[in-house]
Design a protein around this ligand. Structure first.
Ligand code: 5GP
Ligand code: ZN
Length: 114
């Protein structure tokens, strides 16, 4: 989508610190990290929100999780643990409407979330 921030990051039109890329998925550092390790994992194909996802998106959404685990593990957070979060819709606090998985690590996290 031409006016989507994360599509522009995928296309290299807006700079980001890219940590992973393949045909389906891109990961990059969050610009406002909420933990010592905070990356976003997104599909290269625009899906506005998990609320819009379709059955045919299942494999792609699953791949986001596997890339998240790979990145956290490679950064040394496999044993200590990490958190994956996907905000979907306004009550969850979604602000960028291109599906993205937050991957957070490097500190302890509270539960329930705020
Ligand atoms: P949401 O609130 O939609 O779940 O998360 C959006 C995330 O995108 C936030 O954590 C925010 O810091 C991050 N973000 C917003 N704009 C940019 C940007 O231009 N570059 C990067 N790398 N992250 C961004
Ligand atoms: Zn997009």
């Amino acid at each position: 989508m031409s006016d989507c921030l994360f599509c522009k990051i995928c296309e290299g039109k807006i700079p980001a610190t890219i940590t992973y890329r393949d045909d389906d998925v891109v990961a990059f550092q969050d610009i406002g990290p909420k933990a010592p390790f905070h990356q976003l994992v997104i599909p290269t194909r625009h899906i506005a929100s998990l609320t819009q996802a379709k059955p045919e998106d299942a494999a792609l959404l699953g791949k986001l999780m596997l890339v998240a685990s790979k990145l956290a593990g490679e950064a040394g957070h496999g044993n200590s643990g990490f958190r994956v979060v996907m905000n979907a819709g306004p009550d969850a606090g979604q602000t960028v409407f291109h599906v993205h998985l937050h991957v957070l690590a490097g500190r302890s996290f509270g539960w329930p979330p705020g």
